[in-house]
Ligand binder design. Structure first.
Ligand code: GCU
Length: 339
């Protein structure tokens, strides 16, 4: 078992003992607010969450103490969403990809080529008319989404064989996120989808269990995937946002004044993470190319798009509630068309 898994198990065990003993407090009467995520401490998401923690601790530090747990210390993303549902922790950053198994409406943001450009993606995700009916209607499941975070564009990267066209994916085992929509996407592209959690990908690549994966550029450097995968192909198949989830009861327990401070904190988190994102991607590309020796490939994206477009129709047919949101996203796509 990997070292991080042992640490996660120990943390979970310690937390369970702690919760049973009623020690959700800092020992000085303050309530501890726990946030879990799966990125490193240099990742834009951790930097954003630290800014959030600092803000809440400075505004409400007499009552609350926010603690951020990076690197899957509290478990995989799916396990952390479950902990957030039950209130064992208060917040988690989860990829939208894994959310569709908790609430079907999240499928929409997992569709390949949903957004025409990064600008369209940002504008749509910033519009409550696009997100509210998905983010705020999961009280029954024990959580709500309080903001979203940029996770860039997802592209294929491989150990031995560069990807120029969908045909190049044939026969390759590619790690995908644990999302039925993404598995269906891979099937349409002709590759063999191998779903697994993020923390297991490095070892799977290294031991040739898989031939490649797909993610933004930071996975190459921050997670070391570029040490093993030497070809990164900009097919640009998905822009899957990360979602910040909060335990519903915790959010309901806040006074109006506290809630307003938390809402401001979510804005700080979102803005800080986004400002850090572009800087981090540029630095990752530089390191991947010049230190890890990764080759960046810019294939024609049209054949990839054509192969997966039937998925838009089938997802909308299976969940007609998504149609108005889909149409609204098309307006942003027209407004911010790709250059
Ligand atoms: C990105 C994303 C994570 C996600 C990961 C994955 O890093 O930001 O939330 O877990 O991709 O591929 O699983």
């Amino acid at each position: 078992m990997r070292k991080t898994k042992w640490i996660a198990l120990l943390c979970l065990a310690a937390m369970t003992v702690c919760l049973l003993a009623g020690c959700g407090s800092a020992g000085d009467g303050r309530r501890i607010i726990r946030i879990g995520h799966n990125q490193s401490t240099s990742h834009p998401t951790h930097i954003g969450l630290t800014a959030f923690a600092d803000y809440i601790n400075s505004e409400l530090g007499d009552k609350y103490k926010v603690e951020v747990f990076p690197s899957e210390l509290l478990g995989s993303q799916t396990e952390m969403v479950q902990l957030t549902q039950t209130g064992a922790i208060d917040f988690v950053v989860a990829s939208n990809a894994i959310m569709e198994t908790f609430s079907k409406n999240y499928e929409i943001f997992n569709l390949p080529y949903l957004f025409s450009s990064a600008e369209a993606y940002h504008a749509a995700m910033d519009d409550p008319n696009v997100t509210d009916s998905i983010f705020l209607t999961t009280e029954q499941a024990g959580f709500i989404a309080v903001t979203w975070l940029d996770a860039g564009t997802r592209n294929f990267y491989t150990t031995d064989k560069p990807i120029y066209t969908p045909a190049d994916l044939k026969g390759l085992k590619i790690r995908v996120q644990q999302s039925p929509t993404t598995v269906a996407m891979m099937e349409l592209l002709g590759g063999s989808a191998t779903p697994m959690s993020f923390g297991d990908v490095y070892t799977a690549l290294q031991s040739n269990v898989i031939n490649g994966a797909e993610n933004n550029e930071l996975a190459l450097t921050d997670n070391g995937h570029g040490d093993v995968c030497k070809y990164y192909s900009y097919d640009m198949h998905q822009m899957v946002p990360d979602i910040v989830l909060a335990n519903y009861e915790f959010m309901e327990s806040l006074t109006d004044e506290e809630r307003a401070i938390f809402e401001e904190g979510f804005k700080i988190l979102n803005a800080t993470q986004r400002a850090e994102w572009n800087i981090a991607v540029e630095a990752a590309k530089d390191k991947a190319q010049n230190v890890q020796g990764v080759e960046f490939i810019y294939p024609d994206t049209a054949p990839f798009q054509e192969a997966v477009m039937p998925l838009h129709e089938s997802v909308l047919a299976g969940n007609p509630d998504l149609k108005p949101i889909y149409d609204l996203i098309q307006q942003y796509n027209a407004q911010y068309a790709a250059e």
